[in-house]
Design a protein around this ligand. Structure first.
Ligand code: XIL
Length: 365
């Protein structure tokens, strides 16, 4: 649910007064244990999670973020349709509240140009108006947040071969308005609006070792090369890591792809890691063990590549996962709820968290 302006103002006041920062530790993770952020730091990494504006009001969960994360990503509040509910409105309150909560903890901006964030008012526009809308969106948003973000996901999910477009590009308003040139244009404008903020190209599904992952991986490599040949600023590639274990994976072959990307002299961020547990047993202990094994194997392979500098999970606790909310929306009262993350719906640490700690420790060794 979108928080009201009043909620956000109350939250900003609470954060400024230090009451969120002063909240106690959540769950039975003892203060003496290393946090995920501590273990990541020892391995030369940042670890964090995406956070939704409405999670900030949950004191226990907010405290868990504070303890476990050394970086945050704005979950949805910076997406085009959230930030701009109408053509003449700009509503940064949700993301501003996250930045106020974060304090000195770096926050990633997600995301400027994504063909899936397409409010009706935008789709009703002419091509010329859509072009102006993207330019204006990037100019205004990047300038508004200049100096306040760790990095921007400038373009999200450029490829989706299922749409049948030449080059395998994802269809949507920005493709319609500019063709594939929207990608370079978005990077150039973002750089002009804030020459200092690191710029990231973020993509989904590259991890899958099947006919879906393969064309996205080759498309992405080609796009990185074209952007670099054109002299565009590109600091990192984000690989989402929404793992869907019902489909084929080859984590070592994927790590080779990540190493190949890294030869382009860019950093690699794992930006949206989680494990869809739908294909695992219903029994919770078995399910949690299977989810943990995916974290172990995936991170074990990918963290061997030194260019990987950041690992971010898509939310931190199961009850805030987009899968969990999606399941409850589709099947209200469902008895089996997704468990894709390092903490459960009572904010208790799970085997997935242990698997992550071990993977971070192994990278340090
Ligand atoms: C998800 C958000 O978490 C949800 O709140 C929203 O309803 C749908 O989008 N890949 C992305 C993210 O790049 O922006 C998506 O986030 C998850 C998939």
């Amino acid at each position: 649910m979108q928080p009201t302006r009043r909620d956000l103002l109350a939250l900003l006041a609470a954060t400024a007064a230090g009451s969120v920062a002063g909240a106690g530790l959540a769950g039975p993770v003892r203060a003496a244990e290393p946090s995920l952020a501590d273990a990541a730091a020892a391995a030369g990494l940042l670890y964090g999670a995406s956070i939704a504006s409405d999670t900030l009001a949950d004191t226990a969960q907010a405290a868990l973020y504070r303890r476990e994360c050394s970086i945050l990503t704005v979950d949805y509040a910076l997406k085009f349709g959230w930030l701009r509910p109408a053509a003449d409105r700009f509503e940064p309150g949700g993301a501003d509240a996250i930045l106020a909560f974060a304090g000195k903890v770096p926050v990633r901006g997600h995301t400027l140009a994504w063909n899936e964030s397409r409010p009706d008012w935008l789709m009703a526009m002419s091509t010329a108006e859509k072009r102006k809308a993207l330019d204006h969106h990037i100019d205004e948003t990047v300038a508004y947040y200049a100096g306040r973000l760790h990095s921007w996901d400038v373009v999200n999910e450029p490829f989706w071969p299922g749409h049948g477009l030449p080059g395998g590009y994802r269809d949507g308003p920005w493709m319609e308005a500019f063709g594939e040139g929207y990608v370079e244009r978005a990077f150039r404008r973002a750089h002009a609006a804030d020459p200092n903020v690191p710029l990231v190209l973020n993509e989904a599904m590259t991890e899958r070792w099947d006919e879906y992952g393969a064309p996205i991986r080759s498309g992405l490599l080609g796009l990185v090369d074209r952007l670099q040949d054109a002299g565009v600023r590109l600091d990192a590639v984000g690989l989402q890591g929404h793992l869907l274990p019902a489909h084929p994976y080859d984590d070592n072959a994927f790590a080779d792809f990540v190493a190949e990307l890294a030869t382009r002299k860019i950093d690699i961020y794992i930006t949206e890691l989680d494990v869809d547990d739908a294909s695992f047993p219903a029994d919770i202990a078995s399910r949690d063990a299977a989810v943990a094994a995916r974290y172990r194997d995936f991170l074990g392979a990918v963290l061997a590549v030194p260019a990987v500098k950041i690992v971010i999970t898509w939310q931190l606790a199961d009850s805030s996962s987009w899968y969990y909310h999606g399941e409850l929306e589709q099947h209200p009262g469902a008895s089996r709820l997704p468990r894709p993350l390092p903490f459960d719906d009572r904010l208790m640490p799970k085997p997935a968290r242990d698997a992550m700690l071990s993977a971070f420790d192994r990278r340090r060794a």
